[in-house]
Design a protein around this ligand. Structure first.
Ligand SMILES: NC(=O)c1ccc[n+]([C@@H]2O[C@H](COP(=O)([O-])OP(=O)(O)OC[C@H]3O[C@@H](n4cnc5c(N)ncnc54)[C@H](O)[C@@H]3O)[C@@H](O)[C@H]2O)c1
Length: 335
């Protein structure tokens, strides 16, 4: 499958690295308005100048391809994805699918109408640690899950430079980050949210214009209670990007701590027994490579990928229910 990538900023660079090693798809061009970013991509990956364009219009006029990976800031997701779907291109789009739940639902409808695949890059589902925890939950070792506690802590000012779109974004933690956590909750439990209550707050000393921390209580439709706290301007110690998890079931618990990727520490404890470390499952293709393989397979089979936009609106629904709850002070009912 021939692919073009739209957006070569911070995350766009990670995607280009994946294209350089994958055999599942072929990168035939990029679209990026900032000349310095295009030049970087040409120099780093040997892309020909006529394949590095400054607008989607120019790409649609001069290049031929099947699928597009969109790696641009959230407000541009709806217009770019709509244009591409209507031009007959399959789309793999970075999270969050869109900047509003209405735009997200419209995109799902447009994908169905045009018959194109629309998949969301929920890469956290494609990591060894998440796979290991998911398999443990599914094994039944801790019995029926009853509650999940997640704490996410990062200091964004050490990660994103001045002027980053996140610093001026409203509900930035919930919309740009917690979507990963809420999506993992749904994938682990195989359940959707029924009710959401959230409170957000401004963190003193962070670079964020708006609230960068949130506590969210989610009642899932299978009865599981999820208690989530996230802070993007946190004092040390930080957690991994996944956050620190405790999953409590009828017979025991799973503790997911430690760092990212191979540094993750996953343990299981049956009631009355010691905590026992579990080896990480090793995926042959993780992260962006896993996403690209799943995208190519779904398009070839005409099937919905696991992280299809049609499914992802349920995860994004939790995000925007939390936003609504934080703004109104009310419990928001879903479904
Ligand atoms: N899945 C993950 O782990 C992960 C991690 C980081 C970022 N992201 C997501 O990736 C997306 C981009 O984030 P980023 O950190 O790379 O942002 P960024 O600001 O560093 O880069 C965005 C790039 O998109 C370009 N751009 C903007 N509008 C465009 C348009 N209309 N057409 C083409 N290019 C355009 C900008 O010039 C810039 O180079 C966001 O949705 C973000 O949430 C995902």
């Amino acid at each position: 499958m021939k692919i073009i990538q739209v957006g070569v900023g911070k995350m766009g660079r990670a995607w280009l690295k994946a294209f350089a090693v994958t055999e599942d798809v072929e990168l035939v061009g990029i679209v990026e308005p900032v000349a310095a970013n295009r030049e970087w991509a040409m120099a780093e990956y040997g892309l020909a100048p006529e394949r590095c364009l400054d607008s989607l219009d120019a790409a649609l006029e001069t290049l031929e391809w099947d699928g597009t990976v969109i790696v641009t800031p959230p407000p541009s997701h709806r217009p770019l994805a709509e244009r591409l779907l209507r031009a007959g291109k399959h789309v793999l789009i970075e999270k969050p699918l869109a900047a509003t739940i209405d735009d997200a639902r419209d995109l799902v409808a447009i994908a169905a109408e045009t018959g194109q695949t629309l998949m969301v890059a929920q890469n956290y589902r494609y990591h060894d640690a998440f796979s290991t925890v998911r398999a443990l939950v599914a094994s039944g070792r801790i019995g029926q899950v009853r509650s999940v506690k997640i704490e996410f802590r990062k200091n964004a000012s050490t990660i994103f430079s001045e002027g980053d779109f996140r610093y001026a974004m409203k509900h930035v933690l919930l919309v740009d980050m917690s979507i990963h956590h809420f999506d993992m909750i749904r994938a682990l439990l195989g359940a959707n949210a029924a009710r959401v209550f959230a409170q957000t707050w401004h963190v003193p000393g962070g670079n964020f214009e708006f609230d960068a921390a949130a506590s969210v209580l989610i009642a899932m439709d299978d009865g599981v209670v999820v208690s989530y706290t996230g802070n993007w301007a946190a004092y040390p110690p930080e957690t991994s990007w996944n956050g620190a998890w405790e999953i409590i079931g009828e017979r025991g618990r799973i503790v997911w701590a430690g760092g990212d990727l191979k540094e993750a520490e996953i343990s299981v404890q049956e009631r009355g027994q010691e905590l026992e470390r579990v080896p990480l499952e090793e995926l042959a293709k993780g992260g962006q490579l896993g996403l690209l393989e799943a995208f190519a397979q779904a398009v070839a089979a005409g099937a919905q990928p696991e992280t299809a936009a049609a499914d992802n609106v349920e995860s994004l629904g939790i995000v925007f229910a939390a936003v609504e709850s934080a703004e109104t002070g009310q419990v928001v009912t879903l479904g």
